[in-house]
Design a protein around this ligand. Structure first.
Ligand SMILES: [Cu+2]
Length: 154
């Protein structure tokens, strides 16, 4: 972690602490089973996965992602066509309906971590801040699993 990323991390943590209390909507969001895969090479993007669970009674939209690990993070969706060829593209904004979960998992939605600021090494972890339409933020600590991991259970 370089000198620039530490104040960013402190800011994200402070925002998460202050906004988690007062706002409706995202206070009812729980991020479950976050994980990432160790990266293959230094200049390839990384990917992170999780389940976003809205336990409240209002829909919440995910509006932003930030982590000191990458210059830019966005939601991508992998799709496979009828010939079995997979491709991915930025996904439109994710809305989590009341009492529903949205799964980010290999082969589907994922957080693409572009411009990695360091290696993603198995056993390490990094903070990821999720911003929501009501102004709330949630910061989760994402553990980095092995290069062949399929999920947090192995
Ligand atoms: Cu992607």
């Amino acid at each position: 972690m370089n000198k620039l990323t530490i104040p960013l991390l402190a800011t994200l943590t402070a925002l998460a602490l202050t906004s988690g209390v007062a706002l409706a909507g995202s206070k009812d969001v729980v991020v479950e089973n976050a994980w990432a895969r160790a990266s293959i090479g230094g200049n390839r993007p990384g990917a992170a996965y999780m389940t976003i669970h809205n336990t409240g009674d209002e829909a919440v939209m995910l509006t932003g992602l930030a982590t000191p690990l990458s210059m830019m993070s966005e939601i991508h969706e992998t799709t496979t066509n009828s010939d079995g060829v997979s491709s991915m593209a930025p996904a439109s904004k994710i809305t989590i309906a009341p009492d529903k979960r949205v799964e980010l998992a290999p082969g589907g939605l994922h957080v693409m971590l572009m411009g990695l600021q360091g290696p993603m090494t198995e056993g390490d972890s990094f903070p990821l801040a999720l911003s929501f339409s009501d102004g709330g933020k949630i910061t989760v600590v994402v553990p980095i699993l092995g290069i062949a991991a399929r999920g947090p259970e192995g």
